[in-house]
Design a protein around this ligand. Structure first.
Ligand SMILES: [Zn+2]
Length: 262
């Protein structure tokens, strides 16, 4: 029977841990490499919904993009959300693996997939990795033809299957070079501007980053953290299923964006 350790070995090739940011917490975070499994699930985040699904469906390993636990802790009681989730996971003997920023930056990682989803060409990292420069943080590329920022916003919404995006910048500004950063990637604004990108697509950004984007004349498209990343864990489930046909693999069916537009 497939072991967690075998899955970990594959995940380490898909998203090498050395690509992760220093502050991050990646790899096998809960459980044992010797645990045998028949089912595994991917998700963006471990929440009450996704943990309940994993427990109910008797999953052996959850590959969650966002780490759990993330921060160092001295106690994991049920009075906190991470404590509650860890208690339920361990009680059901469910292992947890998180590739997080290693997956953001990997060769077939979230930012690469996001750039391809938007139809960018000549895709390259925004911040190349020192050892492997074709990998790294964020991605940049060119649209096949110049678009206005308004047209780009419509294109991005359609590509990601979302109804709304928050946009800063003049709607008629011309865009050809586009940078992408999944999740809370607003720190990529300066490097995107320096790389000659006229627009940056991110999951989240704060008000002051929007002000800075205006100053730098970079159109900022804020699509939501969930929309910028969830599709990639669905892709990862497909890859894992192909690699391990002897087990059942799926992306959480119960996971939803906690943020709604009303
Ligand atoms: Zn994220």
């Amino acid at each position: 029977m497939l072991s967690v350790g075998q899955v970990v070995t594959l995940l380490e090739t898909l998203a090498p841990s050395r690509l992760a940011e220093d502050w991050d917490n990646v790899g096998l975070l809960v459980g044992s490499p010797e645990r045998r499994l028949r089912k595994m699930m991917t998700c963006l985040t471990l929440t009450e919904r996704t943990v309940n699904e994993a427990v109910t469906k008797e999953v052996g390993l959850v590959v969650t993009h966002h780490p759990l636990p993330f921060h160092a802790g001295r106690m994991w009681t049920t009075e906190t959300l991470p404590g509650r989730l860890l208690w339920d996971l361990v009680a059901a003997r469910i292992c947890v693996y998180s590739p997080h920023t290693a997956f953001d930056s990997a060769e077939r990682g979230i930012n690469q997939l996001l750039a391809e989803k938007l139809g960018l060409q000549d895709v390259a990292p925004l911040v190349p990795d020192t050892q492997t420069p074709h990998l790294g943080i964020g991605r940049k590329g060119s649209l096949p033809a110049e678009l206005s920022l308004l047209e780009l916003a419509q294109h991005v919404k359609k590509s990601l299957g979302i109804k709304y995006a928050r946009v800063t910048g003049a709607p008629n500004m011309a865009v050809r070079r586009v940078a992408v950063g999944c999740g809370a990637a607003e720190e990529l604004l300066a490097v995107a501007a320096q790389s000659g990108c006229q627009a940056l697509v991110v999951g989240e950004a704060r008000f002051h980053t929007c002000i800075e984007a205006e100053f730098r004349r970079v159109g900022l498209l804020i699509v939501g953290h969930y929309a910028s990343e969830r599709f990639a864990v669905e892709h990862l489930a497909t890859v894992l299923q192909q690699e391990f046909p002897q087990v059942e693999v799926w992306a959480s069916c119960e996971e939803t964006d906690p943020v709604r537009w009303l």
